[in-house]
Design a protein around this ligand. Sequence first.
Ligand code: PEP
Ligand code: MG
Length: 838
Amino acid sequence: MSVLTLVAPITGVVTPLRAVPDPAFASGTVGQGVAVDPLDAVLVAPCDAVVRHIHRARHAVTLDAGGVEILLHVGVDTVRLEGRGFTALVDAGRSVRAGTPLLRLDIDVIAQGAASLLTSCVVLTPGVEVEPFVGGTHCRAGTDALLRIRLPETAVAVAGGAKEVGPSSSAPDVQTRTVIVRESSGLHARPAALLATIARGFEAELRLAKGARAVDVRSVVGLLTLEAACGDALTLTAAGADAEAALDAVAGWFGGATPYTMTSRAPILTGTLRGIAAAPGLAVGAVRQWAAEAPVRPRRTEDATGERRRLEAATATAGIELETLRDRLIAEGHAARARIFDAHLALLRDPELVSEAEDRLLEGFAAEWAWWSTCAAQAERLRGLRDATLATRATDLRDVGRRVTRLLGEGEASVDALAALAGLIVVAEDLTPSEVVDLGRAGVVGLCMTSGGANAHAAILARGLGLPTVVGIDPAVLGVPDGVEAILDAGTGTLQLAPGAEACEAVHARQQRAQARHAADLAAAHAPSVTQDGQHVPVLANVGDADGSGARRALAAGAEGIGLFRSEFAFEHRAESPTEAEQVASYSAAAGGIGVGRPVVIRLLDVGGDKPLPYLPMPIEANPFLGERGLRFLFTHETVLRTQLRAVLRAAAAGPVALLLPMVTTLDELTRVRALVEAERVALGAPAIPVGVMIETPAAALLADRLAASADFLSIGTNDLTQYALAMDRTHPRLAAQADALHPAVLRLIAQTVEGARQHRRPVTVCGALAGDLAAVPLLLGLGVEELSVDVPLIAAVKARVRGLTLADCRVTAQAALACADATEVRALAAARHGEES
Ligand code: PEP
Ligand code: MG
């Protein structure tokens, strides 16, 4: 893999591409890159290259840097200036060095006729990794590094596809059509990028010819070199398997006779687009594109003090809005989800963000631009860090940025637009958490985003709201016109376009069956969960609310106890650790909420990894999931540990409380905690409580027999066990589909855990997400798991699932599953033997 560095093509302010007020650039349809708000008048080459093409309006230059194609595009809508304000300093075909002047700009002339001066530097070659350099916000032309391009060997071949090709071959299945360019400014960068995107959705070889010159339609550069003007007749040819559909799609774009506008997209009407399942469910409805926010434009003022006051007022109002949103979610029983808005409040008051925005005010920018560009730049930096968790937080920053700019009068509130969305599948490049909440309330039936991971806040909220959601979906989705019927299968992560009446009917029938089943499950939620052959499998709840509300909901939902109280939720979003008394109150509230005599398993604080705490110093670690998290962290903060132990021991007065230890890898860890528990117990004069070990690491599973000898029970955390067994980060958006806890390697670790526990007659619970996966329930019972602890909304369905199973059959399935090669095989086996349950 080789690396190519691009330096700034013009001196100015570095700006994320998404800030360019042109959806083709902002959405990444043209390619990946960065923009610069120019402070100078000379555009230079960002690297050594050959000038492939200079547009006849001289606003755009394409370069070939050893097979990597780069587009420099000055401003937005500058093609319409027809060359006014631009002087070319080189000719096409010339070799240039990094820093060689390419164009001279008359900024005053251009500024009067252009929608924006933001100059985009975009890599057109697909299949290469483009990373921004994390640096200052100002860049000097020809000097400061802006982008790093990693070029795999195969990408060169892809880039080669962009080269001009000869006339179409005489293969027998070549189909031809004549198309007319209707875009008033001809085939310039934006329409060329959209055409190339459409073409890349097909396998067929597509060529567009002007006279004797034919180019590959997948190549933006190739299309630009045609210099096709409005009214030109071009010959489109397609050859290959899906030639006809490809021809229809590309010709359809020309035939639509719609000059490209800011909101139009290349139409994609059929086919199935794939992404990552983020919130399960099935939806049928018409697609509606969710327009990105109106771009904020830089504006300068003389009145820095007045602008500061406006910004302060807007951020104060934003704070009140966020608090209201959070409180409303809490009142609706979504306390854990509500914390997302606490995170937004923290961003709103983030001193670094505030001080950077103030710097921009001092530079003379208006409040809107000062705040919005600060948030956008920070978000872009986070995305650039290549850390999936931080990248998802970038969306939160954008949310906060947008909220404040809306209050400052930029970007309309979308209340009216929301009202019209009921029953639709909303498609967007990205949605902020606030938008997800609003869309859920508006009655949309599903969400599709081209960005985001399954653990992004927007995805977490969508799950909480029960809104089927697919993230990371093929960006071609942005070209689906409003109104196209679609089936969103958020279980498999697909959006099927124009599926036909029969398929829609089938989905409706499936939905009705699921609703009927759900209603029946709820009606029987309080009946015991006993298998057909008489085995009682208690189903407990996973909760984390500090005020007992989760426990009360769990009781109402039919839970027989609390199998996992995630105590860290009570520690998050605070200025300091909760006191012993506060903790006693939380744990007692859980015991009181779940009802007399029902068990409450309180897990010790499990922070570190993806769960930082602002007030307790955490080491900066290269691999925090492999570092000081869970118990390891507590041993370095013994006061916190002892306080919590005392609180749990004291809460035992309110009900049968047990203690659970997270992230155990050695017997010694259990021994140490037991000694501390005993010391605190004696000091308090409290009764003894059971102490259990979480099986979350392969080490703990393999040592289960030794751990079970000293523990009172074992509880398997399949979320972590899966990530550590499969070496797949649980927060990684791209690995989400593969990190399946039904992998036979994870099942073997569960089997070994059960075997170890059995030697000492210790019970085994599963409290990770696998326990709530209906396909997994027969396998877990068959492996010998005795209790399941699941999220509250899943309790009724899991109990019903248990009631439908026969333990003897489950054992046979489980043995066969242990011999499977992968999770897909395991799922197929479970479906064949116990029915499709999803
Ligand atoms: C688990 O790892 O499966 C688990 C239940 O713990 P958490 O998801 O809180 O890390
Ligand atoms: Mg865990």
